[in-house]
Design a protein around this ligand. Structure first.
Ligand SMILES: *Cc1c(COP(=O)(O)O)cnc(C)c1O
Length: 363
């Protein structure tokens, strides 16, 4: 008798493994492996989360109306075109479920966020991986990969783990050149960290075109990764399709309450951004001073490249940092075996990190 078999594509998925958070024999671990918020969440979000404990026996509002209203107010958007999810990951998955299936193709770039390929395979579609140029998405390479079977294009802007981005004009030219029936998904997980004047989250494209979706998360600058909260914005017709597929109570009540308080506390976001900008500048300068190549400077992480000379490989750097209690992220599975992704942490964590990297490179 034949045993149950998963659908085609499922067993081709490489299991996603999150950043490590423990080291054996180390009492103080400095976790710089998952791009979590250096300053943690807004105290107002924590208070709102705690305040939700009086009604844990109640189902959450299925439409997340208050949260959508708060997001709409802060970002000046139409609340009817917002969908909330259990992390923005859920929205990315819903997009694949709604628009792709067996025989269809889903484009993402060579060093793009891993979940795009995973969600494409989960619906039986084929991920099409296009080359990047200087670890940066390349519009002409994306367009060259389009076939009649292409249904979705995923672009993290800025991208994790490369820290590189495409300027507004390039994203607009991509949208303009893509077929109209192809959904362009702009994953803006790190948008709030951006300063570059030529950068745009893509919300204006999502507003003005019938085939562009932007996703945002509360896991990065908002520091609410534990609650699993994200949102997407796009044409009403697309949001309608996703709404039909999501679980009816996909965002918990404590997450909704915390999300409302978090998005309204833009002062905290400003503080977190300033902390990040300060350390990004210092870290890039120090790493480059050690002879390391660092290309991208976007987001809340750096991606130094280790050239392997005199044994200074990414693997050796990772092992050395771990011996000091510091956890970075190996990115071999992103096709970047010579790089380490290191999240910008708190002040004391960054001092310790930079001292450790200095010791590693000069010993
Ligand atoms: C962290 C991250 C996400 C998703 O995070 P959620 O916690 O699911 O909201 C999405 N895209 C990129 C590029 C990320 O780095």
């Amino acid at each position: 008798m034949a045993l149950p078999q998963p659908k085609p594509g499922v067993m081709d998925i490489t299991l996603y493994v999150g950043g490590k958070s423990r080291l054996s024999g180390v009492s103080r671990v400095i976790k710089l492996s998952s791009n979590e918020a250096a300053l943690g969440p807004s105290p107002k979000a924590v208070a709102a989360y705690r305040g939700a404990d009086a009604a844990l026996h109640r189902y959450p509002p299925g439409d997340a109306a208050d949260l959508r209203a708060a997001i709409a107010e802060v970002h000046k958007l139409d609340p009817e075109r917002i969908i909330c999810g259990s992390g923005s990951d859920e929205i990315l998955g819903l997009l694949c479920r709604a628009y792709a299936g067996p025989g269809d193709e889903v484009i993402h770039t060579a060093h793009g966020f891993l979940m795009y390929g995973i969600y494409a395979r989960s619906v039986g579609a084929t991920p099409v991986v296009v080359p990047e140029r200087n670890i940066t998405a390349d519009v002409s390479a994306i367009l060259a990969a389009v076939t009649p079977r292409t249904r979705l294009v995923f672009l993290a802007n800025p991208n994790n783990p490369t820290g590189t981005y495409l300027p507004k004009a390039a994203v607009e030219s991509l949208r303009a050149a893509l077929r109209e029936d192809i959904v362009l998904v702009l994953d803006a997980a790190y948008a709030e960290f951006m300063d570059a004047p030529d950068y745009d989250t893509g919300l204006s494209l999502a507003e003005s075109t019938p085939n562009t979706v932007v996703t945002h998360t509360f896991s990065k600058i908002y520091g609410l990764g534990a609650l699993r909260l994200g949102w997407g914005y796009g044409a009403k017709a697309i949001i309608d399709a996703l709404e039909r597929l999501r679980s009816p109570f996909n965002v918990s009540a404590p997450a909704q309450a915390a999300g409302v308080a978090a998005v309204r506390d833009q002062e905290h976001v400003t503080k977190a951004k300033a902390h990040n900008s300060k350390w990004m500048k210092i870290t890039l300068q120090r790493l480059r001073g050690l002879g390391l190549t660092v290309t991208g400077d976007s987001g809340n992480f750096v991606l130094p490249m280790f050239d392997g000379k005199k044994g200074k490989t990414a693997a050796a750097a990772d092992a050395f940092l771990q011996s000091k209690g510091i956890i970075a992220r190996r990115v071999d599975n992103y096709g970047l075996p010579n790089h380490l992704r290191i999240t910008i942490g708190a002040d004391d964590e960054m001092e310790l990190l930079l001292a450790a990297l200095d010791e590693f490179m000069t010993s």
